[in-house]
Design a protein around this ligand. Structure first.
Ligand SMILES: [Ca+2]
Ligand SMILES: [Ca+2]
Ligand SMILES: [Ca+2]
Length: 276
């Protein structure tokens, strides 16, 4: 497919090395007073997270890693579906215009105040479609802002509850997105975000908290089954579109200000391949 030509991979080892240098510098300096949690402070370095938040997961692989991450990220605060509106206005704020949010599929910058259910407004897209496992909008997976994003009302309706896969016809109002009868392909810049949100949900929800055990699979047309496909395509998307500043900031804001849990695949994209 010639339209997808962003197959370069960010040199992960170089990124990790940069974090290590930063962490080493910080460790050698006298302890600074902790920044207030609400301040837009620099993100916690990855090596610090590995020594603290992810400590029980480090060194594990496969199902043991998934189990350790499930225990870690299940410790969280929860918000109501009505509180999701305001949370998204913070997590998805346009870096170039603090009055706006960025719509995940359309890529458009829209006034925060233009949220609602009418044509032309933005609403709350469940990237893990809420019918897949039938969790609705009760406080839980349906209000977990790690997979909720602002989207144009009409485009959100076009995505509906389709599984994710490559292919289809262009989506009106959302350049670079494609859809057919059984699947949806987001624009290139959203592909990795979508993959990491789906895989977060799979690790967070394991059927032990009154909600379904969510898992990715290789199918489309999953209907109301607690599954989203196609896993092989999501893994490819995660590789092609590594976490950028917007996605990492979003993870930090959710951790610092709302749910106090993290999406491990934004911090450690290589854990996708370790688990799946
Ligand atoms: Ca399809
Ligand atoms: Ca992205
Ligand atoms: Ca699961």
């Amino acid at each position: 497919m010639s339209r997808r030509h962003h197959h370069h991979r960010r040199p992960l080892l170089a990124t990790l090395a940069a974090f290590a240098v930063l962490a080493g510098t910080a460790a050698a300096a006298p302890a600074a007073p902790a920044a207030p949690r609400t301040a837009p402070a620099a993100a916690t370095p990855l090596t610090t997270l590995d020594d603290t938040y992810y400590r029980s997961a480090i060194g594990k692989t496969g199902t043991q890693l998934k189990s350790a991450l499930h225990s870690i990220i299940s410790v969280q605060s929860k918000i109501s579906y009505s509180q999701v509106w305001d949370a998204l206005k913070t997590t998805d704020q346009d870096p170039a215009n603090s009055s706006n949010v960025i719509l995940i599929y359309s890529g458009r910058s829209e006034p925060k105040s233009d949220n609602g259910g009418s044509v032309g407004q933005w609403n709350r897209e469940h990237v893990w479609a809420k019918s897949h496992g039938d969790f609705g909008t009760a406080t839980g997976p349906g209000t977990d802002i790690h997979h909720l994003r602002p989207e144009d009302v009409t485009v959100n309706s076009i995505r509906g509850n389709k599984d994710f896969d490559n292919g289809g016809s262009p989506v009106s109002g959302a350049p670079g997105n494609y859809t057919d009868s059984d699947s949806f392909e987001p624009r290139d810049a959203a592909k990795g975000d979508v993959a990491r949100m789906i895989l977060y949900m799979a690790v967070r929800y394991e059927g032990d908290d009154a909600f379904a055990d969510l898992e990715p699979n290789e199918r489309v047309n999953n209907g109301s089954a607690p599954n989203i496909g196609r896993l092989s395509v999501l893994k490819q998307w995660s590789q092609e579109d590594p976490p950028d500043t917007f996605e990492k900031r979003r993870n930090d804001v959710i951790f610092d200000q709302y749910q106090h849990n993290r999406n491990p695949f934004i911090d450690h994209p290589e854990w996708v391949e370790s688990i799946w």
